[in-house]
Design a protein around this ligand. Sequence first.
Ligand SMILES: [Zn+2]
Length: 254
Amino acid sequence: MAGTAMIVQPPPLEYAIPRATGNGKTAFAVLASPEVQAFLAQPLAKAIQKIAHVPGMGSPALRAPNARVEDFSDPNLPALAEGMVRAIEELHGIGLTACQVGINVAVFAVDLGACVEIGRRRGGDSVCKKLTLDGRSLLRGASPGVALFFNPTMRCGGREVRAEEGCLSIPSPTDPGKSLEVKLWRPSDATLSYQDLAGAWHVLDADGWPARCLQHEYDHVQGRLITDRDPRWRDRIFPLPGEGELASSEPDRR
Ligand SMILES: [Zn+2]
């Protein structure tokens, strides 16, 4: 998900983005593939700038199935995790899913601290009043920072709330230096079950802007983009190949 900072113009196309690496492979096979290995050796943030500005988008990885991580001793996972966290920080983004950098593994990263701060600035429904990890509130004490969510499943509930959101993978058609902003209705509350980098299971409960950001990244894991949720853009920007070809459906309602 795009942060509040403007995305800078992309450098010349000097970085190789892996083609869609999903399509039935295990996460281990995806990460061990030569394209992904070469990709992980590059500066990730610069590569994302390229992917974020391909006219009309264009990475098939955004629509390909994302493999669940079954083996948390996979030696490639720490490099992927570190790269995603670094990329978010360098791009001033607040969320990033692996498929956005051409890696079809079911994992995303979210800067929860930045989400809370953005919600506070936006006010209204965006203000976060609930952010608990395994029942403990993350709203007291130090900022929770960037967290990684492997093999996520989500339930959503509460009220329907509307807000404008942008995506690092979708440039504005009129100003390619910025993300397209789309006004979307989403449920106010999200409960995410996921595994951490060590494979341990957790439950994160959120409302406000963090809940919206988690739903945005969870959509990416399902092969879904913000434009799919807006009739004005659905058929104009990187249209879905067909509902049946998506990895899964929308988040479950509670
Ligand atoms: Zn996005």
